[in-house]
Design a protein around this ligand. Structure first.
Ligand code: SAM
Length: 246
């Protein structure tokens, strides 16, 4: 539902690559590479990048966008023989991946297996809900959409203590967890409202309350994020785990 402005993630990728010392010749395995934005940033630094993602369409886009890297369709829970991927790797990245997989511990174990001894694992996750202004999108529509049940199961990886523990269980030595702030900047009301109202939840709210009421509620909720230039700035915290393989 959250409309993500283009380029919001550039500082996150830069931080992940700086924190893992990616430079000319570094071998990088990009787990859950999506459409290849991190891979592109790493390749631009002269790294040798292999990207893996379960989504064949994303892998095709990544391959076209970053011709200097190699990409394949695979499940990050089971990477298969590491040498067949071109590894082991000096850096294994899992940017915005771990909260999307069924078993983050298993994925981190695979990441550890894919790294050279002493190699670096760098992984990012969203901060806690209260640390991310994007929660305002859901809050604005809350009167008209069903309340989410609290998630069952273990604590979320947005909890840094849990993230640290899962990395430790995977056999990694945690060097640190950094905080990175990424601003979501919207130039005007339309950039906030239009994608939100076009989303499934937005359409449901509009069907129940009418467009004007939903529009008013969203703008009221977003008033605190209004900038002097008439746009909106949402501040979101991300955490970047840096750890080393044994
Ligand atoms: C939020 S996106 C992040 C993409 C990219 N790392 C980025 O920062 O733009 C999560 C990605 O993880 C991939 N993914 C989720 N589960 C996966 C799995 N089990 N194996 C491989 N890729 C997976 C999705 O296809 C998606 O491209």
């Amino acid at each position: 539902m959250t409309p993500e402005p283009a380029g919001w993630d550039v500082p996150l990728y830069a931080h992940a690559l700086d924190a893992s010392d990616v430079g000319p010749g570094t071998s990088v395995l990009d787990l859950g590479c999506g459409t290849g934005e991190l891979a592109a940033a790493a390749a631009a630094r002269g790294a040798r990048v292999v990207g893996v993602d379960a989504d064949p369409d994303a892998v095709k886009i990544a391959g076209d966008a970053v011709p200097g890297a190699s990409f394949r369709v695979a499940d990050v829970h089971d990477l298969g023989p590491v040498d067949a991927l071109g590894g082991p790797f000096a850096v294994v990245a899992a940017v915005q991946l771990l909260t999307h997989v069924a078993n983050p511990l298993r994925v981190l174990r695979e990441a550890t297996r894919a790294a050279v001894s002493g190699g670096t694992l760098v992984a990012s996750v969203w901060g806690r809900e209260q640390e991310c202004d994007v929660r305002a999108f859901g809050e604005a529509l809350a009167p008209w959409v069903p309340r989410r049940r609290p998630a069952a199961g273990p604590p979320s990886l947005t909890d840094p203590d849990h993230l640290r523990k899962v990395a430790w269980l995977a056999g990694l030595a945690v060097a640190g967890i950094d905080e990175v702030v990424c601003d979501f900047d919207y130039p005007d009301e339309g950039a906030v409202l239009e994608p939100l109202l076009a989303s499934a939840l937005g359409r449901r709210a509009e069907a129940g309350a009418g467009r004007d009421a939903v529009r008013r509620a969203v703008l009221e909720r977003f008033a605190e994020y209004r900038t002097a230039g008439g746009g909106y700035r949402l501040r979101n915290v991300f955490r970047v785990l840096v750890a080393h393989a044994p």
